[in-house]
Ligand binder design. Structure first.
Ligand code: AMP
Ligand code: MG
Length: 337
């Protein structure tokens, strides 16, 4: 299969026509969103959704997020819309927030990974919403990387992973946020954050009060523990290099790594201390770290890095999302300095 790339910033009509035609006929298209690029297909078409799992090499029990372009598209997809979902939607949609609810019968079981719930998001990226609108159906779309590797934040990285596997990629420029959406379930008694993202735990608490944060956000699942979010049990975001997170000050990091042969994954301004270094945003600035993390991981692979020591982000705000991805990239390899 030949994979075409159309730049929607310069060829809007062609991009929308080609994408919607393919999506309507049950094909998979790579699309830009503000979080990361998505691998999209008609969420209501079982055969189309199966093609996503095949293109990604994703285990079929890991459910997909269904993307809508307008709040009016929500009610047919779910059994009921909880009050708190309405409050959250008006505060954060369109945006990097995915909400899980009981699914209606129009959502096929492949889309929900066999669960009775469905994850829904309205993206902020105007191209993403234009593509959903012109396709005329909700789009199931996981991140557009091969399962296990870092999520792609631009069309080139989608092409690197998906060339020959899907017919079309729509290029809409770099993703604004750079890590996947916050996932929160409303199918539990107390709403529970399953994955941190661009909408922060602090912001959600301010908006709807009491919420929980799933244990697996900050830790590896223990033997025999079941994942509230099936995605948490899989290896994730892993570059080829072996990453170890060093928790502690820059001074201690320098001391620990001195004399070792390694690549440094550090914050801006710190690279001058190391022979081989890649930066990922500013210290204590989660949003800037999120914007760089997955690109930095791919760059380390391009540089042929084998051993990487990473500086540790703060666990507040968007930093929590960055930490959640980094610990998985590192296979939970963390050293307290
Ligand atoms: P991705 O498709 O790569 O953005 O990942 C979506 C994440 O949301 C995965 O970790 C899924 O396991 C999780 N997810 C999607 N739908 C559900 C659901 N119905 N219940 C729990 N987790 C879900
Ligand atoms: Mg993913």
């Amino acid at each position: 299969m030949q994979t075409r790339v159309i730049d929607i910033r310069t060829n809007k009509n062609e991009a929308l026509e080609e994408a919607s035609e393919l999506l309507k006929s049950g094909e998979v298209v790579g699309i830009p969103t503000e979080t990361v690029y998505g691998l999209a297909a008609n969420a209501l078409d079982e055969e189309a959704v199966k093609k996503i799992y095949i293109a990604k090499g994703r285990p079929s029990d890991n459910p997909l997020i269904v993307h809508i372009s307008d709040i009016s598209e929500l009610s047919p997809l779910v059994k009921e819309i909880p009050e708190k979902v309405k409050v959250m939607a008006s505060a954060f949609w369109p945006g990097p927030l995915t909400m899980i609810m009981k699914k209606s019968d129009v959502i096929p079981s492949v889309t929900s990974g066999g669960l009775s719930t469905v994850a829904i998001r309205m993206p902020e990226n105007e191209y993403a919403r234009a593509i959903i609108k012109s396709a005329g159906v909700p789009l199931a779309a996981p991140s557009a990387n091969l399962s296990g590797s870092p999520s792609p934040t631009n069309a080139k990285y989608v092409f690197d992973d998906m060339n020959g596997r899907i017919p079309l990629i729509i290029d809409g420029g770099a993703s604004k946020i750079g890590v996947e959406s916050t996932v929160i379930t409303f199918a539990t008694e107390i709403p529970t954050v399953l994955r941190p993202g661009g909408v922060t735990v602090e912001e959600i608490r301010e908006t709807i009060g009491e919420i929980k944060v799933a244990d697996a956000v900050l830790h590896d699942l223990k033997e025999g523990e079941t994942a509230a979010s099936p995605g948490m049990k899989y290896k994730h975001y892993a570059p080829k290099a072996n990453i170890t997170i060093l928790k502690g000050s820059l001074e201690k990091y320098i001391e620990y790594t001195s004399g070792k042969d390694f690549f440094a994954l550090v914050f801006e301004g710190e690279e001058k201390f190391f022979k081989n270094a890649v930066t990922y945003g500013k210290a204590n600035d989660g949003l800037s770290e999120a914007g760089r993390l997955f690109d930095a991981l791919r760059e380390l692979d391009e540089m042929g890095a084998k051993t990487v020591f990473a500086r540790c982000p703060e666990l507040t705000g968007v930093g929590l999302a960055v930490y959640n991805r980094l610990i998985r990239s590192a296979g939970f390899n963390i050293i307290e300095l």
